[in-house]
Design a protein around this ligand. Structure first.
Ligand SMILES: [Ca+2]
Ligand SMILES: [Ca+2]
Ligand SMILES: [Ca+2]
Ligand SMILES: [Ca+2]
Length: 303
């Protein structure tokens, strides 16, 4: 009788949300997946919602193959897993309280319970991992490319203003002066673009692309009096403008022998999409569910 009731519930659910081949079991799930790190041996991804309280979750073992989902050998990397109901699990659950009180909670709320638990015992999971790189300097990647090849892709034939081999869209310091682009007042916004970028010496080259910002003939990175790789914290107390850093103060012309270039860091943002195919949730089979997307970022450091 109980199973019949489940069947009835699920049929209502599915018929309400049937969208051709792709059946949206999400109800009102936002498809933004979270990851739970409570178990060292497994990956545990889930999505929860309230009113009514429900969760979808996917568990699979951690190994070199599944690690590659999160650290792929190449962009647009595809992985498939087989749901077997034992080590690789896909569950749809309902609750009498907030799912967040139970899922991934070291101290589960004793008053919240799982009401129904549909566990798939077969099906496949298709996972596509893509990533986008950006130096996070506040200028969008497509704006940092002159797009001379006309393909609107900053990664092909990329602009490299300082010629250091690191394209502008990945170069956090576009003029190699040891002052990060984000600190050189590029003043980018969607309306003005880069037209309001600061140009201290007024030579037509904005500070973020000018390796001698004050035009005093001393490279900005050689105005680093304390030789710490940061020209922003060096001032000349004998200058008429002692509060202005040397690299922006054309009266401060001392040269310091600092040759080192700081390491470059850029951000890689992964987007991992999970599709559940031909899943059997005990009482019903579904052709395809878009389980959702998990996103995260790492910083990559290079010379
Ligand atoms: Ca560069
Ligand atoms: Ca710079
Ligand atoms: Ca300038
Ligand atoms: Ca200078």
């Amino acid at each position: 009788m109980q199973k019949l009731l489940y069947l009835l519930c699920f049929c209502l659910l599915v018929s309400a949300c049937d969208d051709g081949d792709v059946i949206d079991v999400k109800l009102d799930f936002d498809k933004e997946l979270s990851i739970c790190n409570l178990s060292a041996g497994n990956y545990f991804l889930y999505d929860t919602k309230k009113n009514p309280s429900e969760s979808l979750s996917l568990i699979f073992p951690k190994n070199s193959r599944t690690d590659s989902i999160f650290n792929p050998p190449k962009n647009n990397y595809k992985t498939t897993l087989t749901i077997n109901g034992t080590t690789t699990l896909f569950n749809y659950r309902t609750y009498d309280g907030s799912p967040e009180n139970l899922i991934c909670n070291l101290l589960p709320d004793a008053t919240t319970h799982i009401l129904k638990d549909y566990a798939a015992n077969s099906g496949t999971v298709t996972i596509i991992t893509t990533y986008v790189d950006d130096d996070d300097d506040g200028i969008p990647a497509d704006v940092e490319d002159a797009n001379l090849d006309g393909d609107n892709n900053p990664a092909t034939n990329p602009t490299d203003s300082d010629g250091d081999g690191i394209p502008d869209y990945l170069d956090a310091d576009d003029d190699n002066d040891n002052v990060l682009t984000k600190d050189e007042k590029h003043n980018y916004n969607k309306i003005d673009g880069l037209s309001k970028a600061q140009d201290t010496d007024g030579d037509g080259i904005p500070d973020y692309l000018d390796n001698d910002d004050d035009g005093d003939g001393v490279l900005t990175r050689h105005e680093d009096a304390n030789l710490n790789g940061n020209p922003m914290d060096d001032r000349d107390s004998s200058s008429p403008t002692p509060g202005v850093p040397r690299y922006l103060d054309k009266e401060a012309k001392d040269t310091y022998d600092y040759q080192k270039l700081n390491k470059n860091r850029y951000k890689r943002t992964y987007t991992i999409k999970f599709y559940i195919n031909n899943v059997n949730l005990d009482v019903i089979s579904l052709t395809e569910i878009e389980f959702g997307t998990y996103t995260y970022s790492i910083m990559i450091e290079s010379d």
